[in-house]
Ligand binder design. Structure first.
Ligand code: FUB
Length: 334
């Protein structure tokens, strides 16, 4: 009997040791999942993300804040490209486009957008026009640079902007282009800031407008940074709403609207009045890119790009983004 009791005690000890070890292994496995972390990069300061996927790689295009700590106002001269195969291992390819690549531009490398079409990569960017006679309003104009690969080299193919202050029905601040190539091959550019948003069709050559600049209705609280993506039959227009800005969104059954307002997608940030979003599906996962001022020496003019998950509900509406410091998990491929 005594021997039996001793054996039972040893057995139960062994069982609890084994189950403890199993729990530890499960916990370790969870810990072992690598995460991107937010902000994504400690240096340089990055802002205004836009993203595209090509050949199993995600390319991230950003502006860069040069404003010294404690100073006010945007100082931005260049755009960078980063890439990743898995959301955790990022490569900084450096400055791939700069204001001086455009003969017509003088300064302020604000938020751009790069898209693939006709086997080329078209990087639309706003800057201030050099020519003071072209500056009817704030002087911003939107130009384009083209390349054969997402990493460039990029060249301005026309030597002039596509939309400027002098364009009929343009707005005081012609910034934040968002270009969308629709399934039927038609191309549209949205842009806007300071509560005004516009849309124009682009010709197949990607460098000229095709028809008049149109007003856009239905984007309640629109402030700036329009961005269009499509899932299934639905077009989603996300944008910076009010100021300081959060991100709101609207949906439509056509790229040209009408847009139905759907509410808040990302709340206002505690430390940056801008947050400029971009949305992408990469290897089956949906991502929401944005910037915050999350580095220790960050601020409204010293911003940093982050990424978190984007989720849809059962009706195809977007769930509010949950911002994290961990970022997103590494994509593991079998
Ligand atoms: O980065 C300069 C401007 O701030 C961008 O063009 C806006 O979208 C806002 O992020």
């Amino acid at each position: 009997m005594k021997k039996l009791v001793i054996a039972a005690i040893i057995l139960s000890g062994f069982i609890s040791f084994v189950s403890c070890e199993t729990e530890k292994k499960v916990a370790m496995k969870e810990e072992e999942v690598a995460l991107s972390g937010n902000p994504l990069f400690k240096s340089p300061l990055t802002a205004d993300p836009c993203v595209l996927t090509y050949n199993d790689t995600l390319y991230l295009f950003t502006g860069s804040d040069l404003t010294p700590q404690g100073e006010e106002g945007f100082r931005m001269n260049d755009w960078y490209i980063f890439s990743t195969p898995d959301m955790v291992n990022w490569k900084n390819h450096g400055k791939k486009l700069t204001v001086s690549d455009f003969d017509w531009a003088s300064n302020n490398a604000f938020a751009g957008h790069c898209v693939e079409n006709n086997g080329k990569f078209w990087w639309y960017v706003p800057m201030v026009h050099k020519d003071s006679t072209a500056r009817v309003h704030e002087g911003f104009a939107i130009g384009v640079a083209v390349a054969d690969h997402p990493l460039g080299p990029y060249k301005d193919p026309i030597g002039k902007p596509i939309v400027a202050d002098t364009t009929k029905n343009s707005i005081p601040l012609n910034i934040d282009p968002a270009v969308f190539v629709d399934d039927d091959g038609e191309v549209y550019m949205y842009w806007g800031s300071w509560n005004e948003v516009r849309m124009v069709k682009l010709k197949k050559n990607m460098v000229e407008t095709d028809g008049p600049v149109q007003n856009v209705e239905g984007l309640t609280n629109f402030f700036e940074a329009p961005f269009v993506h499509k899932k299934g039959d639905t077009y989603y227009m996300s944008y910076a709403a009010s100021y300081p800005s959060r991100t709101d969104y609207a949906t439509a059954k056509s790229i040209t609207g009408p847009w139905t307002y759907r509410g808040v997608l990302n709340d206002t940030l505690p430390n940056s009045p801008t947050n400029h979003q971009a949305i992408v599906n990469f290897k089956g996962n949906d991502y929401f890119f944005y910037h915050n001022a999350g580095l220790p020496d960050g601020g409204p003019f010293r911003r940093s790009v982050c990424v978190d998950k984007l989720e849809y509900d059962e009706n195809g509406l977007l769930k509010k983004v949950v911002r994290t410091e961990k970022g997103v998990p590494q994509i593991k491929e079998d």
